[in-house]
Design a protein around this ligand. Structure first.
Ligand code: MG
Ligand code: MG
Length: 248
């Protein structure tokens, strides 16, 4: 059962989403060579707490940090560590915040210093793939329409679409129904209705779509070690479109 949020709930989801967007804004100037991913995690924790919210990911299924920091070939769920960012890295930062019981969820991939043309291409087209998915959303479309649009865009640009991880509904739980895959067929899957809130989050790889999980049981990496990017917004479905709740 996919819940339709009340105007009051959408207000709270919007506030949670705004805190997530502001946390991204706050971290951005710190994403430079020399900073450790643990330092970014601490900055994010302090900022989210200062906004009277809590980090959604901390202790979620045992996750040991407030944000996910996934560098280069890491796809998602990277654990903040003593790793110092280097010039030429890319880092996907996934942030969730819970405000008065409601969550916001948004990921973005950032360049550290000067990055290669290949990485630039990957970032540009993964962000555009997110919007290719978002732009089909309105009352009455099906979840498969989103995935079909994302995967068509990705394949046109020769990027691998990670299939094992998917977007999701968002509300009083971080992950609610429905699953929102980044692949699929048009006109299939659950129907989206005005007032539903979902996170759309393509993870695209420069090479193969295949992935595996590291021994820490969290970090997902590309099977061929090529870089991966991740862009995510939480949005509410409207009669004639959608509204981003995790705005920057
Ligand atoms: Mg996320
Ligand atoms: Mg998510």
């Amino acid at each position: 059962m996919i819940s339709i949020k009340s105007p009051r709930e959408i207000e709270l989801l919007e506030k949670a989403g705004l805190i997530v967007g502001q946390t991204h804004n706050y971290l951005k100037p710190f994403i430079k060579p020399g900073i450790t991913t643990k330092e970014l995690d601490k900055l994010a924790y302090d900022f989210i707490i200062s906004q009277n919210a809590t980090p959604s990911f901390l202790n979620y299924n045992g996750f040991p940090a407030s944000i996910c920091t996934s560098v280069n070939e890491q796809v998602v769920h990277g654990i903040p560590s003593d790793y110092k960012l280097k010039n030429g890295d890319i880092i996907s930062i996934d942030i969730g915040a819970c405000y008065k019981g409601y969550h916001g969820d948004s990921a973005w991939t950032y360049a550290v210093g000067d990055i290669s043309e290949k990485k630039q291409y990957l970032l540009e087209h993964t962000e555009k793939a997110l919007f290719a998915g978002l732009n089909v959303i309105k009352n009455g479309v099906r979840v498969g329409d989103i995935g079909a649009s994302i995967s068509a865009y990705a394949h046109k640009h020769h990027l691998g679409v990670v299939k094992e991880l998917v977007g999701h509904g968002v509300g009083i739980k971080l992950h609610e129904e429905p699953d929102v895959p980044n692949y699929g067929k048009e006109n299939t899957g659950p129907i989206l209705k005005t007032g539903m809130v979902i996170a759309v989050e393509p993870m695209l790889n420069y090479g193969t779509a295949n992935i595996f999980i590291l021994d820490d049981d969290w970090t997902i990496v590309t099977a061929d070690n090529k870089p991966s990017a991740h862009y995510e917004h939480t949005v509410v479905v409207l009669d004639d479109g959608y509204k981003i709740l995790t705005k920057r």
